[in-house]
Design a binder for this molecule. Structure first.
Ligand SMILES: Cc1cc2nc3c(=O)[nH]c(=O)nc-3n(C[C@H](O)[C@H](O)[C@H](O)COP(=O)(O)OP(=O)(O)OC[C@H]3O[C@@H](n4cnc5c(N)ncnc54)[C@H](O)[C@@H]3O)c2cc1C
Length: 522
């Protein structure tokens, strides 16, 4: 056991983990950062559109709050969203202080427009390379600050320590050897779970490991049924699923079917700028109705120079497929993109496990409700990262919210004998087919049964080595399916064709926790 008593352990090196570590250091702590891959590999790196903050002359945090509440389909936690939107300008100032080169027009930060935002409030950098700029800037700062970073070091399990702290079990040798680190605080910043789906915009590290690890330790999770699907990801047989940012529609691009019809007009008053879930379902329906494998993003109405200046990475990508957006329509399809739920936290990032905090995409702070407003997620990592850092220095009391409906979910030990690559592929197919954009009770039950069977092979026997990434993938997939089966209505990103309407009695959060005795010692 390595005693790291005074050193918080921050897990994950996306925007949330890097920012928490930096702020902890500035506040006088000595954090250790670990990440299971290379330092810079995270969802954050791929974010294109930008980061939302009400800094424009015609904008205000209360307007940003209103838009966030509206997108979240009745389930946004108002206090959390108020913190998010009102603290956004200060967190942007931090990024500027760290050196993030936001794009400017005549010396002022340039602001873009995105779907469901009533004002232009999206800051971007390098045109559409916002995530990359943030990741690289924060990474440089972390290294300059001398923060201890361990790459290719994965969190595998959390246990309470006898001394009131936390024991983190980490592996740094592709799972062959384990170390136990004892500390007073572990910060989960492990990101989302998009890669559990066959079709996804996420990099391969996004497999929901943090949620599985926290669940096994006894943590409460909420809103796991709400997975956001992005409506416009490049489609071509065999091509990578490259995201075409929503900001392209914000600049005036429209969606057309193969026949050239704008199928969103008449479906929603904001047409292509309607909330993501509505656009994603409309695209999915159009693909099904026409039998054509994709729809098209038509950006030919945007002046060429403007498009190329604002979206240089998108243009470079399209050029490799011989497409010029000022001339050609872009083939697109919806894919899994973002996890709204996760490990339940209070406003200070505290989870239901003592000494365990969460921020960024892995956390369920309540700011997104049933549907995240575009460009609020990078922001969430900063706002709640700041709150976690302060909490680690000056703790204030608080309590994790209680969900309106609690599911106790049994996930027993297994044989630990499975063909792991095959099991992971099966997870991706199950989620895409039965826990996707349109769900049914029958499909969800089938998914759960199959995931349970997989879990009996991937989950290690009790007393064995801690579960690895595939066991975590299977468990997180099952948590999504179980939560989706519980919610017998359609709301935000969760759509069930057997319960196609929103039901007032479901204006509550679904929580899910391990069945059996409560987590001891935490
Ligand atoms: C293509 C794309 C475009 C996007 N565009 C935007 C946008 O324009 N605006 C916006 O606001 N959001 C956008 N998003 C969403 C946003 O990028 C993410 O929600 C955000 O970056 C999440 O940050 P994070 O720090 O929580 O997690 P991540 O950036 O995903 O980082 C998670 C980290 O945890 C590590 N990790 C995971 N499990 C373990 C483990 N067991 N042990 C150790 N380390 C572990 C990973 O390796 C990684 O370093 C986009 C996402 C994608 C994929």
């Amino acid at each position: 056991m390595r005693d790291r008593e005074g050193r918080p352990l921050v897990v994950g090196t996306g925007i949330a983990g890097l920012y928490v570590a930096l702020r902890c250091r500035e506040l006088g702590l000595h954090p250790t950062l670990i990440t299971k891959a290379r330092l810079e590999e995270a969802n954050t790196r791929y974010a294109q559109g930008g980061i939302a903050a009400a800094i424009g002359a015609d904008d205000s945090p209360s307007r940003h709050l209103r838009d966030t509440l509206r997108a979240g389909a009745g389930l946004v936690d108002r206090a959390a969203a108020k913190a998010l939107t009102s603290e956004a300008p200060a967190r942007i100032a931090d990024l500027v202080r760290y050196g993030v080169p936001f794009d400017t027009i005549e010396g002022q930060i340039a602001l873009g427009r995105e779907a469901a935002h009533s004002r232009a409030r999206i800051l971007h950098a390098g045109g559409d390379a916002t995530g990359l700029s943030i990741e690289e800037t924060l990474k440089r700062r972390v290294l300059d600050a001398g923060i201890e970073v361990r790459e290719r070091t994965a969190l595998r399990a959390l246990e309470p320590s006898g001394r009131g702290g936390v024991v983190a079990i980490v592996s740094s040798d592709r799972g062959r050897s384990f170390e136990k680190w004892e500390t007073y605080a572990v910060v989960l910043a492990t990101g989302g779970a998009g890669s559990l789906y066959r079709q996804s915009s996420n990099p391969s590290v996004a497999t929901g490991e943090g949620t599985a690890i926290a669940f096994r330790a006894g943590a409460l999770l909420t809103d796991m049924e709400f997975i956001q699907f992005h409506p416009t990801v490049f489609w071509r047989e065999g091509a990578p699923r490259y995201l075409i940012t929503e900001a392209v529609r914000g600049e005036g691009a429209v969606l057309r079917n193969e026949a050239g019809e704008r199928f969103l007009v008449g479906q929603h008053r904001d047409a292509e700028l309607a909330p993501r879930d509505i656009v994603a379902r409309a695209v999915e329906r159009e693909i099904e109705r026409t039998g054509h494998p994709c729809v098209y993003l038509d950006a030919t109405g945007i002046p060429r120079d403007r498009f190329f200046a604002r979206f240089p990475s998108v243009c470079r990508f399209l050029a490799t497929y011989g497409l010029d957006p000022s001339r050609d329509w872009i083939p697109v399809t919806p894919v899994a993109h973002y996890m709204m739920g996760g490990v339940t936290t209070d406003l200070e990032g505290r989870t239901s496990l003592r000494g365990v905090y969460a921020c960024g995409e892995v956390a369920a702070t309540g700011v997104h409700g049933a549907n995240r407003l575009a460009s609020n997620s990078l922001l969430e990592g900063l706002v709640f990262g700041e709150r976690v850092a302060r909490q680690l220095v000056h703790p204030v009391p608080g309590r994790v919210p209680t969900p309106g409906r609690l599911v106790r979910f049994r996930w027993p030990p297994g044989s630990g004998r499975a063909d792991l690559p095959k099991a992971f592929e099966r997870v991706q197919d199950i989620l895409w087919e039965d826990v996707g954009i349109v769900r049914t009770g029958k499909g969800l039950r089938t998914a759960l049964r199959e995931l349970g069977e997989l879990g009996r092979k991937t989950e290690p026997p009790s007393g064995g080595a801690p579960p690895g990434p595939v066991a975590n993938a299977v468990l997180t997939a099952a948590l999504i399916a179980r939560s989706a089966l519980t919610r017998t209505e359609s709301r935000g990103a969760h759509y069930r064709s057997d319960f196609p309407h929103r039901r007032p009695e479901w204006r509550l959060h679904v929580g899910i926790v391990r069945a059996g005795p409560p987590a001891r010692g935490f």
